[in-house]
Write a protein that binds this ligand. Structure first.
Ligand SMILES: [Zn+2]
Length: 253
């Protein structure tokens, strides 16, 4: 349609992403420190309970880090142009999860001071933790500048199709943008922002159109169309009558 809009994260989004990444890295570092501690101190028959507690704590930290990291990537995504960086940035949580658990799993199974039962229990728990952390670390639908650019252009066209212009509303905490400032979901909120679809994505990572607004716009459009049809239908018989009258008058003449 018009010129192609290219996604560029706002300064606000970048700052927020930076903060989330910092917390993610902190959580991961503590998780790995916990793993080292568990390997050095806790792989014994007598400390089995503490080993399991440690694994659960490491898992919680790893998952927290993974989720924060993925959230940051949604606010400030990588470009697909640099393939290696794109992969590492989006899948770093999975990589860290392997680092946080695989050495522990190996040490549990190869430890000489733990008996079969301890190895079986602690080993299974650690493997389950490795899988759980790994899965939350994988980004199955990794965001990218290119993907966001594509979607912004598509959604801008959708919005223009619904309300004839590219002007939407969103709130500070909301995760959807709205076509109407008086939508029931945002009316009366303290801070309502407005701007283009692109601005909603860039400033807050908002990528979804409010369903209520969408239906309202569709309904309004359908009603307008119906009115237009009624108008044009009403005009047809008049035209026909007018045409019919001509020959009658001609006959009279
Ligand atoms: Zn709405």
């Amino acid at each position: 349609m018009t010129e192609k809009k290219v996604f560029q994260a706002s300064e606000e989004s970048k700052a927020k992403a930076k903060q989330l990444r910092l917390f993610a890295i902190l959580a991961w570092l503590v998780a790995i420190a916990g793993e080292v501690f568990a390997i050095v101190k806790l792989i014994h028959n007598e400390t089995l309970t503490w080993l399991i507690v440690a694994i659960v704590v490491i898992l919680a930290l790893a998952i927290t880090g993974n989720l924060l990291w993925k959230k940051a990537n949604r606010l400030d995504p990588a470009s697909e142009k640099d393939k290696a960086r794109f992969f590492i940035q989006n899948q770093l949580g999975a990589i860290i999860s392997v680092i946080a658990f695989l050495p522990l799993v190996i040490m549990i199974f190869t430890n000489k001071e733990a008996d079969k039962k301890t190895k079986g229990i602690a080993g299974s728990v650690a493997i389950v933790a490795l899988l759980a952390a790994g899965i939350t670390g994988i980004d199955f639908n990794p965001p990218s500048i290119e993907k966001y650019t594509e979607e912004i252009n598509q959604q801008t066209d959708v919005v223009k199709g619904l309300i004839d212009n590219d002007h939407v509303y969103w709130t500070k905490a909301g995760n959807k943008y709205h076509l109407y400032g008086d939508c029931q979901h945002i009316v009366g909120r303290d801070s309502i922002y407005d701007g283009t679809v692109k601005a909603a994505w860039e400033s807050k990572g908002i990528s979804e159109l409010c369903k209520t607004c969408e239906k309202r716009a569709q309904k309004a459009n359908a009603e307008n169309e119906l009115e237009e049809n009624i108008d044009s239908n009403a005009e047809v018989p008049e035209d026909q009558e007018a045409e019919e009258e001509v020959p009658v008058e001609a006959d009279q003449d």
